[in-house]
Design a protein around this ligand. Structure first.
Ligand code: HEM
Length: 123
């Protein structure tokens, strides 16, 4: 597991596997109460990570920068924090974790924005 692109795709696929299994459980039990958390795991965990992975594959200079590693771990941490945070908010156990997860998630996207501005696609 070397390149940041490979790591983003692997993390994305892992999130999709967990998110889909969760979706199947929701369908089987008829309990959709946590569906926003499932949706965020699939969209932030799988879709966004896969977009990041594709971008880093297309931009070797961005992938080689130290910031790409920071971006990867920030993206992983944001999913690990925001998904249980949404579960806690939905089950009325407090919103703090969801708030922290939201900040981490937007910081991850900010880092991506900076990276895109600093590196040419294909360069
Ligand atoms: C095995 C695959 C999947 C199953 C069985 C599944 C199942 C479900 C179920 C049962 C719901 C609740 C629907 C409702 O209450 O109206 C739901 C909601 C949702 N799912 Fe999935 N899902 C799967 C994959 C995905 C994927 C791959 C994504 C995104 C990339 C996704 C995104 C969403 C979103 C955004 C919602 C709505 C969340 C909300 O507004 O509450 N799902 N899914």
């Amino acid at each position: 597991m070397n390149s940041v692109s490979q790591r983003f795709f692997a993390f994305g696929a892992l999130c999709a596997l967990i998110g889909m299994a969760w979706g199947i459980v929701m369908s089987a039990t008829g309990d959709h109460s946590l569906s926003p958390a499932h949706g965020h795991l699939n969209l932030i965990g799988f879709v966004a990570s896969s977009v990041f992975g594709a971008y880093y594959a297309l931009s070797p200079s961005a992938a080689a920068s130290k910031l790409s590693n920071v971006h990867f771990w920030l993206a992983v941490l944001s999913v690990i924090v925001i998904v249980p945070g949404i579960v806690m908010a939905l089950t009325e156990q407090g919103e703090t974790l969801a708030k922290v997860g939201s900040i981490l998630t937007i910081l991850s996207m900010l880092l991506f924005f900076v990276t895109v501005l600093r590196n040419r696609v294909g360069g």
